[in-house]
Design a protein around this ligand. Structure first.
Ligand SMILES: [Zn+2]
Ligand SMILES: [Zn+2]
Length: 172
């Protein structure tokens, strides 16, 4: 019999977006603010319709010099975080957490069939509205299931009632 297990994660990146710079010192300020050298940065220099990209900058000094050179040669220069996983500690941490979650899940047995990988498979909507009591789109419980048999458990979420703003009836 087959076994299907999926584990997911959504991480909102706490890292800043791109910033246009007009002085090399702004590149240094931006880089230190986002945690360079642990967090990698990329420099973009744009001239009419082409962009030069500098990656793998390993020192503040090189960053400053590169920014300086780009500012001399290009109309527009921007600095941005390098989102490749090994250059982004927050993403690397999210991937590591996901691996741990997966390992944790694989070590959880189904209480019914003893198959490995018992865990979160879905959510149940329909938390009652605190104002009128009708079922809302808010999540009322998580559903944990087995990859091999049909056994499921349904641990409820902590909220007993949903705020009326989630209620279709109250918002008609
Ligand atoms: Zn099972
Ligand atoms: Zn309502």
């Amino acid at each position: 019999m087959g076994l299907k297990i999926a584990e997911g994660s959504v991480s909102s990146s706490p890292v800043a977006g791109r910033r246009h710079i007009i002085r090399a010192s702004e590149a240094i300020t931006f880089a230190s603010a986002i945690g360079f050298l642990n967090q990698g940065v990329i420099l973009h220099g744009t001239q009419k319709n082409y962009t030069v990209i500098h990656k793998n900058i390993t020192q503040f000094e090189i960053l400053g010099d590169t920014a300086e050179a780009l500012l001399k040669q290009h109309q527009s220069v921007a600095i941005l975080p390098d989102y490749r996983a090994h250059k982004t500690p927050s993403r690397a941490a999210a991937i590591r957490a996901l691996c741990e979650k997966m390992a944790q899940r694989l070590s959880t047995e189904c209480p019914a069939s003893r198959a490995p990988g018992f865990g979160h498979v879905n959510v149940e909507h329909g938390l009652p509205c605190s104002f009128c009591g009708s079922a809302t789109q808010a999540i009322t419980a998580d559903i944990h299931g087995c990859g091999r048999c049909t056994h499921q458990i349904r641990p409820p979420r902590n909220h007993a009632l949903a705020a009326p703003e989630w209620c279709d009836y109250c918002n008609q």
